[in-house]
Ligand binder design. Sequence first.
Ligand code: GTP
Ligand code: MG
Length: 388
Amino acid sequence: MTEDSFAEMDFSGALQRLGELDPIEAVAKAKEQLETLDNVTVNIAVTGETGAGKSAFVNAFRGLNDDDEKSAPTGITETTMAVTMYTHPTKSNVRLWDLPGIGMPNLNANKYLKDVKFETYDLFIIISSVRFKENDVLLAKEIKKKQKHFYFVRTKIDNDIHSSAKNRNFNEQQVLCAIREDCQRNLKDVGNPKVFLISSYDLGMYDFQNLVDTLELDLSEHKRFALVQSLPVCSLAMLEKKKESMEKFIWLAALASGVATYIPVPFVSVAIDKAVLVAFLISCHYTLGLSENSLIKLSERVNKPVSQLKSAIKSPFALAVASKLSVPSCTSKAKPLKSLDELLDSKRLVEGLHGAAVGFTSAYKALSGGLNEMIDDMKEVLHVAGLD
Ligand SMILES: Nc1nc2c(ncn2[C@@H]2O[C@H](COP(=O)(O)OP(=O)(O)OP(=O)(O)O)[C@@H](O)[C@H]2O)c(=O)[nH]1
Ligand SMILES: [Mg+2]
């Protein structure tokens, strides 16, 4: 796909974008593209010294807390001894690979990369919790030789800020600047790369968003979409990023909802299949962090009762999707007035190009309206969580 977006397009614009004038062919192409989007895989390798915080980063990236059942084990003693793959809880095509620590002196970077099967990964994240050392530099150089991308992440920044805050002249920006400069000094042999400062226990702070923006630049559009879909909603900026990413594909989902029933050339006869629209909205619901599990994780992270977060969810679409997924509501007021099927009352046969335009446009509007309602609800959830 080209970089221009489906968002803001009308029916004929969407058809043209797909290189079709025939809605039936466009439906087939849209279905194919949605399938490709679902099947694309993103493989992210996380490496660095023993104890640097690799496993905690893997968990945070997957929106999990360290003590979740499906989390990578973390701890103060050496924990990760073998390459382990962790899939995203709801998007299994996004995989985080927790690599063993590069603790030993004089790392043979070439051998390490061969041992961990470097060709598997789209990109490498090299993590340090203090300063980057010779091994990190050796590894980055070898990754570069193998024509893969790497990114330096300095983690546990919350610890640094916490201990510096005791100083009388504490200034957070100065502390961050000093850490960044110190890291960059040790990495000058790799050509002054950017260093992203993060805390795995608070992705909404520091440079996590910047890291995501940078990772995206080196990924294809499909991989970028999968990555952004999978990230936990830790801030308004992340929610905005997800919104932009999903808006690009509303036309694709609207067109893919068409079912060719009868094609008496030159007429066009299609029906709108509600199941495709429902699937798109359910996937938005998960991506936006409105699912039961995501809300529970968020409530644990911000230490607020999940019922308080749920009380911010009021829109007809969000409540209807939750009800479809059988998520219990917390307040009697939060019962959906209409079911998702009723909200998507668009299963109709549309005939002729004009009819198709009306049918697909109404499917587009229903999806767009549903997405916007859920985004507004998630904004409220972030507000209640104190993350706006
Ligand atoms: N405060 C704080 N602690 C962190 C952070 N990331 C990791 N830790 C802690 O640092 C310790 C080591 O983290 P792990 O994620 O297990 O480190 P690792 O790199 O996977 O370690 P090995 O598997 O042994 O190589 C754990 O006690 C974590 O709780 C962070 O961002 N902030
Ligand atoms: Mg580990």
